[in-house]
Design a protein around this ligand. Structure first.
Ligand code: IPE
Ligand code: IPE
Ligand code: MG
Length: 246
């Protein structure tokens, strides 16, 4: 009986890049040292996804809850985002990466927002790999902003409330134009979603690894993809039904 109906390579991968703080603590260094080390892992993940033929990669860089961290850590992360944008965008653009930032971008100060916007505009016509960076992002925020857009369409008289269904609401969710989320990875050992892509994760395959984010390399991504390729995605149906589908 043929089993795996999932495509061998996930079209869209999301990663909760967790464990930077513990990685730094193990080296008796400040947490910001771990965040800096995580930057290299981001580069490796992007390159690995290009090599594997993944179409979209969505990275959780800063959650709506992470604003509650100590001010100096939040400041260090903002500085890191600015430096990364100034240094990495040229090469990403050359490599055909299309960059997008998702989340409540209004929460950031003007210089950072301008950099994010400029990098999105600059890379907008690239097609090799779509890289989405979730910043000040929360899955609940995403559902709220989509609902608000639906309400505004109703208020304008363009939509009736009884026309709001899953497909319609989905149109306003972040990343709706990309392939559906196939594989959700979390590094750092915690088995939770932490308010990442709540709507989009509905039928993603989940993969948790103890590897801390700065140590996550090409071989780690390969293992996650191999694990994914062994899954049987049933979407509520039975294994027999899946096997009988051509
Ligand atoms: C993830 O690593 C990075 C961000 C949340 C910005 P953490 O900073 O959460 O690292 P741990 O979980 O404390 O090890
Ligand atoms: C989730 O990690 C957010 C990011 C990786 C950006 P956290 O470390 O903030 O999650 P919790 O607090 O352990 O749930
Ligand atoms: Mg953490």
């Amino acid at each position: 009986m043929t089993k795996a109906k999932a495509p061998q390579v996930p079209r869209h991968i999301a990663i909760v890049m967790d464990g930077n703080g513990r990685w730094a603590r193990a080296r008796h260094r400040p947490r910001s040292f771990g965040h800096n080390a995580g930057r290299k892992a981001v580069r490796v993940a992007i390159e690995s996804c290009m090599r594997e033929g993944v179409q979209a990669l969505t990275l959780f860089a800063f959650s709506s809850e992470n604003w509650q961290r100590p001010q100096d850590e939040v400041g260090a992360l903002m500085g890191l985002f600015v430096r990364a944008l100034d240094k990495e965008v040229d090469e990403l653009h050359t490599n055909g990466v299309r960059l997008r930032f998702i989340g409540d971008l209004n929460a950031f100060d003007e210089p950072l927002r301008r950099r994010m916007q400029a990098s999105m505009t600059r890379t907008a016509s690239n097609e090799r790999l779509q890289v989405n960076i979730a910043v000040s992002y929360g899955g609940r925020w995403d559902i709220v902003q989509a609902s608000r857009q639906a309400a505004e369409a109703v208020a304008r008289g363009e939509l009736r409330t009884d026309e709001i269904d899953e497909a319609r609401l989905n149109q306003w969710m972040s990343l709706a134009d990309l392939p559906p989320l196939d594989l959700f990875i979390r590094t750092g050992g915690e088995c939770r979603i932490s308010n990442f892509l709540l709507w989009q994760v509905a039928y993603a395959e989940l993969y948790f690894t103890d590897t801390l984010w700065p140590d996550f390399d090409q071989a780690c991504l390969r293992r996650a993809i191999e694990d994914y390729a062994r899954r049987e995605r049933r979407y509520g149906r039975t294994g027999e039904q899946i096997a009988a589908t051509p």
